[in-house]
Design a protein around this ligand. Structure first.
Ligand SMILES: Cc1ncc(C[n+]2csc(CCOP(=O)(O)OP(=O)(O)O)c2C)c(N)n1
Ligand SMILES: [Mg+2]
Length: 618
């Protein structure tokens, strides 16, 4: 028996948990992020001092700490994760967005919010929200729907099964996401006699599920018989480290491989089988192949609306073969051919089951080259003295990056531009969080990636709107001496949603950052903000290029820098010549069915035309 508080026992337990996959062992919970308040300072906070085996990082905002943990877990292919401790009340509810992001993206993070007293000596205590008629509910219940697993430790001994179950979920490839253990403030500090074996080292094997024989036979037959198959590679390829297996499968069968945002980089951009992004933000090459495909082979994809062009991309009679570690995703698109397995195991088994069928010839080389020419055109710089468009910023970055660089982004117009234009050189270079597309993910996630991949150039690409939503983790990068590279693109508001607003007849309403004008509208001059000065005030070195020529120097300087460096640049509005190629497939954003405004009436006519192409698969 060992006498410890609940918080001390939990931290000791977490420091002894490991994962194992492919013969390699990793810490399951490699570090803990925290912001202390009365709900965790004397419990988990005190316990962290006593535990040498648990590194600690100090965050500025609870949501951002979860983003940092998620960035870390993705970079570590889910073999290792972080915990996040918060106080109760606002500290705990600030976790909700981060938890949802983790769960949507199937990325493990352990959340340890403080909770109101289990013993209820004084109701309410500071920051307690009481629900009349439901005395057992606290604000932490907001975390239930966004967590893969939720438990509240109202008695010390309940920690033992709850902690073990939390580790099981975190390390299960089919179940993982945010896992919450809510820790009432009084229980955290309570002492208990723990069985010694609770603290023994435990290794959680990350399962590589093999396919079912009958599912595999049916899948292999479909691949052999298909006339125009297309592979859709999603984030599951990355999580499973299935890139080599995917390459072998694609080469062996002669298959084009299109990618989702989470799957981009599964093959390097110049591999003959790689046909680029798929769907609304995808390439013409991939989308044309998708429209013609008779068999869609989804590998580790959730088939979001961006991937399927809101149900309009694939032919009505296309068949779907879905290789996925979860039955839920394997049965998407009313799939007649689910293949429930780990991506790497499933791809290897499929390759082995192809028999001696010859590889199909590559028929898409000309289309791939044509798209490549469009990328080159979008990057082209006719005048070094001009202000760059966003695509030209990406073009300059493209000339500087090698296989070691990692790009992080999540929202705005950048995910679309990157999906269409970025030439991904290595399997972990493209880190775009588009499952939750959460503004403000970029800077904290970059910190998590830097912790997971020290020495690599890590770029957070951030729009001005995104920056304003969550810049404060810059201070954490400074504190941790991490060479964060922040590219801050100033275009005075929401270029992405502004463009979308115009397309759906909403007239860019409320999307530009402008002063309120005499008539009450936001049509005055751009807001007099200096985001570069803001980043500098938080401790970053800030470079302020104005022209494309300056930008080249600034980005090269930032890339070589060993201190946190921001490149703050005002971008030029792109037109149809200087911008990235337009969308090659639809995205469903419903338009007002009736309106007094001609722009909305016109947009609705357009919308109705598209809607007729939508196909529900039953
Ligand atoms: C937390 C959050 N709130 C709102 C949105 C909806 N949204 C998507 S893009 C965007 C604007 C992004 O602006 P900025 O970062 O300046 O990028 P730009 O569109 O100018 O490229 C908004 C509000 C979101 N994705 N995330
Ligand atoms: Mg902007």
């Amino acid at each position: 028996m060992r006498r410890l508080t609940v918080a001390q026992a939990l931290v000791r337990f977490l420091a002894a948990q490991y994962t194992e996959r492919d013969g390699e062992r990793h810490r399951l919970i490699a570090a803990t992020w925290g912001i202390f308040g009365h709900g965790n300072v004397a419990g988990v906070g005190q316990a962290l001092i006593e535990e040498d085996g648990m590194p600690f990082h100090q965050g500025r905002n609870e949501q951002a700490m979860v983003h940092a943990a998620v960035g870390y877990a993705r970079q570590r292919n889910r073999l290792s994760a972080h915990a996040v401790t918060t106080s109760i009340g606002p500290g705990a509810t600030n976790l909700v967005t981060g938890a949802a992001l983790a769960t949507v993206n199937h990325l493990p993070v352990l959340l340890l919010p403080g909770d109101t007293f289990a013993t209820r000596p004084a109701d309410p205590v500071l920051q307690q929200l009481q629900v009349p008629g439901a005395g057992d509910v606290s604000v932490n219940d907001c975390l239930r729907p966004v967590s893969r697993s939720f438990d509240r430790i109202v008695r010390p001994e309940a920690l033992v099964p709850a902690a073990l179950e939390a580790m099981r979920v975190l390390s299960d490839p089919a179940a993982t996401g945010a896992v919450t253990l809510a820790l009432p403030q009084d229980v955290q500090a309570e002492a208990y006699d723990w069985p010694e074996e609770f603290f023994a080292e435990r290794t959680w094997r990350i399962r590589r599920t093999r396919p079912d024989r009958a599912e595999l036979d049916a899948a292999a037959r479909a691949v052999r018989e298909a006339a125009r198959p297309l592979v859709v590679a999603g984030g599951g390829v990355r999580h499973s480290a299935a890139e080599d297996a995917l390459r072998a499968f694609a080469e062996r069968a002669g298959l084009p491989v299109a990618t989702t945002q989470a799957g981009k980089g599964a093959l390097p951009h110049d591999h003959p089988c790689e046909v680029g992004g798929l769907g609304h933000t995808g390439t013409a090459t991939a989308n044309d192949l998708a429209r013609a495909a008779d068999l869609v082979i989804g590998v580790g994809t959730r088939y979001t609306d961006f991937t399927t062009a809101s149900g309009t991309l694939f032919a009505p009679d296309a068949r779907f073969l879905n290789l996925n570690v979860t039955g839920f995703d394997a049965h998407k698109q009313a799939a007649p051919l689910p293949l429930v397995a780990d991506a790497r195991e499933g791809l290897a088994a499929l390759t082995g089951a192809l028999g001696d069928a010859p590889a199909r010839p590559v028929t898409w080389a000309a289309a791939k080259a044509a798209w490549e020419a469009r990328v080159t055109a979008a990057h082209a710089v006719p005048d070094e003295a001009a202000r760059p468009t966003q695509a030209q910023v990406l073009g300059v970055l493209d000339t500087l990056c090698d296989t070691t660089d990692i790009l992080i982004n999540a929202a705005g117009s950048l995910p679309g531009d990157l999906h269409k234009l970025w030439r991904t050189r290595s399997r972990d270079q493209y880190h775009v969080e588009y499952g939750y597309s959460c503004m403000g993910y970029e800077i904290p996630a970059a910190i998590g990636v830097l912790l997971a991949a020290p020495g690599r150039p890590v770029w957070a690409l951030v729009g001005d709107g995104t920056y304003l939503m969550n810049p404060t983790e810059i201070v954490t990068a400074v504190q941790e001496r991490l060479p964060l590279k922040l590219v801050l693109l100033q275009n005075h508001g929401y270029a992405s949603i502004g463009g979308l607003s115009e397309a759906v007849g909403a007239e860019r309403y409320g999307t530009d950052y402008r002063l309120r004008a005499e008539d009450g509208s936001f049509t005055g001059p751009p807001l007099p903000v200096d985001l570069g000065a803001n980043a500098a005030s938080l401790g970053m070195r800030v470079l302020r290029p104005r022209t494309i020529g300056d930008l080249r120097e600034a980005l090269a300087d930032a890339r070589a820098a060993t201190d946190p460096t921001c490149v703050y640049i005002e971008t030029e509005t792109a037109d149809s010549v200087s911008g990235p190629p337009p969308a090659q497939a639809w995205w469903d954003v419903p338009v007002a069915e009736i309106s007094t405004r001609p722009s909305a009436v016109k947009a609705r006519e357009e919308y109705d035309r598209h809607v007729t192409a939508r196909r529900r698969r039953l």
